[in-house]
Design a protein around this ligand. Sequence first.
Ligand code: SF4
Length: 404
Amino acid sequence: MTAFPQHNASAAEWSDWRWQMRHRVHDLATLERYIHPTEGERAAIAATEGLFRWTITPYYASLMDAIDPTCPVRQHVVPQHAEVEPDIVGVVDPLDEVGHSPVKNLVHNYPDKVAFCVTSECAVYCRYCLCKRMVGDADFMMRKDELREALAYLRATPAIRDVLLTGGDPLVFSDANLDWLLSELRAIPHVEVVRLGSRLPVVNPFRITDALCEVLRTHHPVWLNTHFNHPKELTPEAAEACARLADAGVPLGNQSVLLRGINDDVATMRALCEGLVAMRVRPYYLYQAQLIGGTAHLRTPIETGLSLMRELRGHTSGFAVPAYILDTPDGKVPLTRDYVLGRAGDHVVMETTRGTVWAEPNPLPEGYEAPVHLLAIALPADAKTIPTRAPTFVPVPDGYAAVE
Ligand code: SF4
């Protein structure tokens, strides 16, 4: 009897991050060793083929409830039929990352910082992913000469002081490649800080080896933001990975996405944030889910997020409360009274930190009872937005004009 019978793996194999990557689950027969897929999930696996890849590390698959299709871990990674149902947008680039990329995969949307998408590969493919247009797509993989071209741009742009390595997931790089990349960045005098955005501590925590920590330690200051969304992901293995990083002097933050039916209630979000703090990970951002086609079933009304934040603030440690954020082509907007101007039918209107007005398509589901009410306003003529298919601009419901 092996320690991990679904994959006939020994404990040593199971805890080897490369073994986890090599044995990822991406076919129905292997998936059936972990869960009993519903008819809907089986149909979704067939229907999403060619649209958006699915793959799951054995470790993350082992966290799924075998029976319950509403299991939050399962909903993260197993295709759902709702992904192919009509949505108000297609698979788009809602942050206009392509328009902000002076060279391949280098998004320069703030004067002093860039997001450097060094690979398009991830350990799992989250069904709501903001980068759905590129992750898992070989066209977005970075060859060494393309990485060098991006490095040349960074060298030639002295205003950039903060570089986020993202993807895909930069920790799928080998230690040697990561060491090379970090050395190149460290050799640029104006790059003060390097950040990594990685979901590997969550979905393949064995990646956080002593050897990796040693690489990171030699290139400080290196920060890491990870991406836990649900308390079920806060396992002893994940806690050990975070402890290793913290012990290596890497400041840790967490960026969650607010997901309907997964973490959009206060008990779940509080357990997540308090659990993260106990693991020395600071809850940093709670993102409003972006408008990516095929994710309507996971998006929440912004009123849900605002209400959740009200219930967290003052009811737990201040540093356990993340900032609720919407990312827009004009930068991140804190979803607070200072920036949110009101609701214009299907759009929530806000001022960005650049002084522009953004109207986020955010229709209220039928029968939804808003827990907080936004000021009902007309859509400003100068508002920027993402074009959507119907329904848009539905009339403000009766009795929906109270000021929050
Ligand atoms: S790990 Fe991050 S980039 Fe990769 S699929 Fe998930 S959300 Fe997207």
